[in-house]
Write a protein that binds this ligand. Structure first.
Ligand SMILES: Cc1ncc(C[n+]2csc(CCOP(=O)(O)OP(=O)(O)O)c2C)c(N)n1
Length: 374
């Protein structure tokens, strides 16, 4: 396994000293090491992966240094456009090392949303004309990959990808940099939210543990899963899926259970929701100030005011709950006042150790929901 410090030192020795990206479960140890050890001005956790490409480009223009941009392979989708239409050798020819977590690598068991992305990843890079090397748990794989990247930058200025296999980096636990003063967990908040909902209401939940918790809470409550849409991929798009449903199914309330990191990833969706004036739309933002599902690296969730953003985006009702008592007290207004409405719930990081994964496939989930909506 690769030692995080050694890898960071190897990057630094090659003049790669600026880091930007969105955390990933396969890169979580290295991301956590960066969060704790890189100078704060040399490491930015960006809103999405395309933004990290842009930030890295700006850094290169100002310093001549080569940025490291990290992401899960699902984030490649967010990065394709700036990679091809900006950083590419035929456009602004910007050298950039991309560290990409290879979820869904063929032959490695993974969730359906990762299997597809993992199977096409190398072909996708080839189609984008981005050269790549693969790094795995074998200690000796990192240096040759970095050498190959540097050699590439000398010949052709543009992006180079290092694809990172599962289990590559040594375990590193993040020193807890996010405040955990809020008493509720995300799962406790979701459990409370489900209590007063009507049987006809629809729930669209965000990527990561929130959806896994929702799935298990339905089992615990003896309810079916047909009213829930678990947005297993496409982080940041749950709110638009919910809006798309809410605009057509006006006799039911549609709740989006969002995360602070996911909302931030495509924050432009909030004004679109506000302007839609969709009265049956309810946006629940569970804010733990972190990318909790992939290692707990901080977001800016506790540094900004989502309520103000929603207000200026023309949401009709803005509420916030920091405790279970406040949540119970806010629910009536949240449910009964016409939307679009935002309820921000502040929670602490963490999930149950024995949290499982949905036992229904994505297609089964979609089919049951469509039947429920019809
Ligand atoms: C485009 C994309 N980038 C990154 C990921 C990896 N990922 C999955 S869940 C998650 C964190 C989500 O954070 P947040 O929305 O705050 O919810 P939390 O996990 O804290 O409950 C990330 C980064 C992904 N699935 N898709």
């Amino acid at each position: 396994m690769i030692d995080n410090k050694d890898f960071l030192d190897s990057l630094s020795a090659r003049n790669i000293r600026f880091f930007a990206g969105v955390p990933d479960s396969l890169l979580k140890d290295f991301c956590a090491y960066l969060t704790d050890h890189a100078e704060p001005e040399a490491h930015v956790i960006t809103a999405n992966e395309g933004a990290a490409v842009g930030l890295g480009m700006g850094h290169h223009f100002a310093t001549g240094g080569i940025p490291l941009v990290y992401m899960q392979n699902s984030g490649l989708g967010n990065a394709v456009n700036p990679l091809l239409s900006l950083a590419d050798p035929e456009v602004y020819a910007t050298p950039m090392l991309l560290l990409v977590g290879w979820r869904g690598e063929p032959g490695v068991k993974d969730e359906p949303q990762h299997v597809k992305q993992g199977s096409v990843m190398l072909a996708m890079l080839d189609a984008m004309d981005i050269p790549h090397a693969i790094v795995g748990p074998d200690d000796d794989s990192a240096e040759p990959a970095l050498d190959k990247a540097i050699k590439h930058f000398k010949n052709r200025s543009g992006p180079f990808v290092i694809a990172v296999r599962k289990g590559t980096f040594q375990t590193y636990k993040l020193a807890d940099s996010t405040s955990t003063e809020y008493p509720m967990t995300r799962e406790e908040a979701i459990a409370e939210l489900l209590e007063p909902m009507a049987a006809s209401d629809v729930v669209v939940s965000t990527t990561g543990m929130a959806s896994r918790e929702l799935f298990e809470l339905r089992v615990k409550r003896g309810e079916g899963h047909e009213r829930d849409f678990l947005t297993v991929g496409g982080m940041g798009h749950a709110s638009q899926i919910a809006l798309g449903i809410a605009q057509q199914v006006t006799d039911r309330k549609v709740y989006c259970i969002d995360g602070d990191g996911a909302a931030l990833m495509h924050l432009g969706s909030l004004p679109i929701i506000g302007i839609s004036a969709c009265a049956n739309f309810r946006h629940v933002l569970i804010n733990n100030g972190a990318h909790d599902s992939v290692g707990g690296q901080p977001t800016v969730g506790f540094d900004i005011d989502y309520g103000s953003i929603a207000r200026s985006s023309r949401y009709k009702t803005i509420l916030r709950a920091d405790t279970k008592e406040e949540l119970i007290a806010r629910m009536e207004e949240f449910i009964s006042t016409p939307g679009p409405s935002l309820l921000e719930i502040r929670v602490r990081k963490g999930a149950r150790k024995d949290l499982g994964r949905p036992t229904k496939t994505p297609v089964e989930n979609k089919t049951a929901l469509m039947k429920f909506l019809a």
